[in-house]
Design a binder for this molecule. Structure first.
Ligand code: MOS
Length: 739
């Protein structure tokens, strides 16, 4: 296992421990559902047991008879709510449909009632006693189910253009070697450790919401719209978020419901949805299908890339990931065709999940590249080297920096790749077939406008305020570090406040933008503070004291407005209104050059010759992502990403009952994720890289980088071990046993 506190190399910050570590391990860190409110009522959700049809009636006699029950909200009596715009339409909602909108059922597990009682137990008991009558229709569960509707994404969402270049099909027809195959990835669920909780507390016409959120300004704006009140009347607080991965970025239906219930009861209301309810009320990673064609000349030079993608979606909201633009940018593809399609079924609306587009799309691309290498009898690393590029061919825009092959060199060296016998099934240890595989990790370097306020006192201590969020990543720590570094003080002298809508607006904690965006705003604010004091960077304590003395000030406070050069809005105005303006990667509507972080991952698998049990004894990843703010937290992010990647390769899969369009393993016992026994050696290598073009902080996001490509690396290793190519995730024993 690599050292969790990696050596500090060029362009890396200090490896300090997390500033919130003590609060987390001693239990003093308060999460949303820990926040105390006086005399709360408890809410419990009732969700539909059919996936399609309508509610014809309720019998609530037994439910109301439970002692302590206060109220039962259904579509028949729910207080009025205004519509919310969907995230894709520039709004804040995971769905545009308000909660309890009517008797229609659009998916299994839809919220159909909320029970309110003096205790959690009474609310739960009453929920189980509520009788619901339905008129059921047969639902369409997934790809291939009768009744699904297929649409071209570009038709439904014209701004989502399919990347294209030259004439890929003509080039494929004359290519010396062509690989053509289909790939599939399953439904997955975020399952953050912290459940989906909301507490609403009214004081007169002012509302406080305690909810784990990846975007407190977005939540505030969206909820204000739904309630028809001014955003300034709402205060959203979440000092800590116990994991999110995308499931806490857009407003789900529960929040407005808890808010109106609290107003109706005249008392705070607390909801903690159960683990199984979390599977249908907070989104999931969409299921995908791909057809990929890659052509190459005999020398390995790619001639064309043709990628067709199908994304499974619910019927209510047009959520799409796309992502082929990232695959098309990855190598020197002189010709590209891509098509994106949505397939609408009776499912809850999907939402982004850690590397939303990249995990499925890059699994397909990186499996296909490996398959092409086999056809060419070429080393897969060399095939990638031959097709490495310093520009995105589709847009013609150069990369601001790109250290992909440096990552391959570092990781393959550490892994011992040159000892690999390329012949499948050739490396054996007793009953275990050994396979070695590799793949590229990539994630668009994205940024968002961000605003931060820094107050610096004459004694050298500083306070940083930004409504960004620490979703478990170390954001508190790296933000303290950038302030300390810019002001030339110690990180311990900096206090950081986040996760509160009264603070200046930080970015949505999505798209791996937090570190680069928040740190850029903090750095600007610190530089303005130094300017006010006429202090040079690196000023000593004596210089600082003299400067404060001269201005006769106790503190200097400045607000840094970071507006990325690539942003569409060229302003932080939208941020104050809770809108998202993420730019970067291959998405250059606002201008700029191609920005991506890269990595290379090498995996050893062992497949039992008889039982086909699959183990992953070791994985090595090397990553280059501009400035590494803190090698310790970066190591943790990247290690966690690779472990997640192993999970997506071998374990994660929300299984669906096709007759009922219902998730079957909606619990942590049957929704498999890697545990300690599944993970042996994980090595993270940080490859130094300098990129002063991406943003003032010089940092590329790493929150989502490392779980991209891992599944392909595992699939490629499984092929090397067994000679069997699995193109459908997860790779399970049954798929290896079938002839
Ligand atoms: Mo993350 S899936 O971009 O919230």
């Amino acid at each position: 296992m690599s050292n969790p506190v990696p050596e500090v190399l060029a362009n890396m910050g200090l490896s300090i421990p997390r500033v919130d570590a003590r609060a987390k391990v001693t239990g003093t860190a308060r999460f949303a559902s820990d926040m105390p409110v006086a005399n709360p009522a408890y809410a419990y959700l009732v969700t539909s047991t059919i996936a399609r049809g309508r509610i014809t009636g309720f019998d609530d006699t037994a439910a109301r008879a439970v002692p302590g029950v206060l109220d039962i909200l259904t579509h028949l009596n729910r207080p009025p709510l205004q519509p919310i715009k969907h995230f894709v339409a520039g709004g804040a909602g995971i769905t545009a449909t308000p909660p309890l909108a009517g008797p229609e059922i659009a998916h299994d597990g839809q919220i159909i009632a909320m029970l309110l009682a003096d205790t959690f137990e009474a609310a739960r008991e009453a929920a189980h006693r509520l009788i619901v009558r339905y008129q059921r229709q047969a639902p369409s569960a997934t790809f291939g189910s009768p009744g699904v509707v297929e649409q071209r994404t570009a038709t439904v969402l014209p701004e989502r253009k399919d990347p294209g270049l030259g004439n890929a099909d003509a080039a494929l027809r004359v290519s010396a070697v062509v690989h053509d195959a289909e790939y599939a990835t399953p439904t997955q669920h975020h399952n953050p450790m912290e459940l989906f909780a909301t507490t609403a507390h009214w004081m007169g016409d002012e509302l406080t919401i305690y909810e784990p959120s990846q975007f407190v300004y977005g939540l505030r704006a969206g909820l204000a719209g739904q309630l028809g009140i001014a955003p300034q009347k709402i205060h959203v607080v979440n000092d800590f978020v116990g994991g999110a991965f995308g499931s806490k970025g857009a407003i789900t239906q529960r929040t407005a419901l808890v808010a109106v219930a609290a107003r109706k009861l005249g008392r705070p209301v607390k909801l903690v949805a159960t683990r199984d309810q979390g599977f249908t009320i907070s989104g999931h990673r969409h299921e995908t299908r791909h057809r990929v064609r890659i052509g190459a000349a005999r020398d390995g030079k790619f001639t064309a890339y043709h990628h067709d993608q199908w994304e499974l979606n619910g019927r209510t909201d047009p959520y799409v990931n796309g992502g082929v633009e990232n695959a098309a940018a990855m190598y020197a593809f002189p010709n590209v065709i891509s098509t994106g399609r949505m397939v609408r079924a009776d499912r809850d609306p999907p939402i982004f999940m850690r590397s939303p587009a990249e995990v499925p799309v890059i699994f397909a691309l990186e499996s296909a590249v490996d398959e092409l290498a086999v056809k060419l009898t070429m080393d897969p690393v060399e095939l990638r080297r031959i097709n490495d590029t310093d520009k995105n061919w589709v847009s013609g825009k150069r990369y601001t920096s790109r250290s992909l092959m440096k990552c391959y060199d570092a990781a393959s060296e550490a892994f011992g790749w040159k000892r690999r016998n390329p012949q499948p099934g050739s490396m054996r240890d007793g009953d275990w077939l050994i396979g070695w595989g590799c793949a590229t990790a990539t994630y668009p370097t994205q940024v968002s406008p961000a605003v931060a306020r820094v107050r610096w006192l004459a004694d050298g201590s500083a306070r940083v305020e930004i409504a960004a969020h620490d979703v478990g990543t170390g954001a508190y720590t790296v933000i303290a570090q950038i302030a300390a570094e810019t002001l030339a003080i110690k990180p311990e002298q900096v206090s950081v406040a986040m996760g509160d809508s009264l603070l200046p607006p930080g970015p949505v904690s999505g798209g791996s933008v937090t570190t680069a965006s928040a740190c850029s705003a903090v750095k600007l604010a610190c530089q303005q503070v130094l300017m006010r004091l006429a202090l040079p960077a690196g000023a000593t304590a004596a210089q600082r004291e003299a400067a404060f003395e001269k201005l006769q000030l106790g503190a200097v406070e400045e607000t840094g407005n970071f507006v990325p050069a690539t942003s569409r809005s060229k302003s932080t105005a939208g941020l104050y209104k809770g809108s998202v303006d993420i730019s970067g990667g291959a998405n250059l509507a606002g201008g700029g050059n191609t920005m991506f972080a890269f990595g290379a991952e090498f995996v050893e698998v062992r497949v039992h010759a008889r039982t086909r049990e699959i183990r992953v004894p070791r994985i090595v990843g090397a990553f280059a992502a501009g400035r590494i703010m803190n090698p310790r937290t970066a190591h943790s992010q990247l290690m966690g990403g690779m472990i997640w990647g192993i999970g997506s390769a071998l374990h994660e899969h929300t299984e669906i009952d096709k007759r009922e369009a219902r998730y079957m393993n909606d619990n942590l016992a049957e929704y498999l994720i890697p545990v300690n026994a599944d993970i042996r050696q994980v090595d993270v290598i940080l490859v130094p890289e300098v990129d002063s073009e991406v943003n003032p902080a010089g940092a590329k996001g790493i929150g989502e980088l490392a779980n991209v490509g891992t599944a392909a690396a595992v699939a490629n290793a499984v092929f090397h071990a067994t000679g069997k190519r699995i193109r459908e995730l997860p790779i399970t024993i049954d798929k290896l046993i079938v002839a």
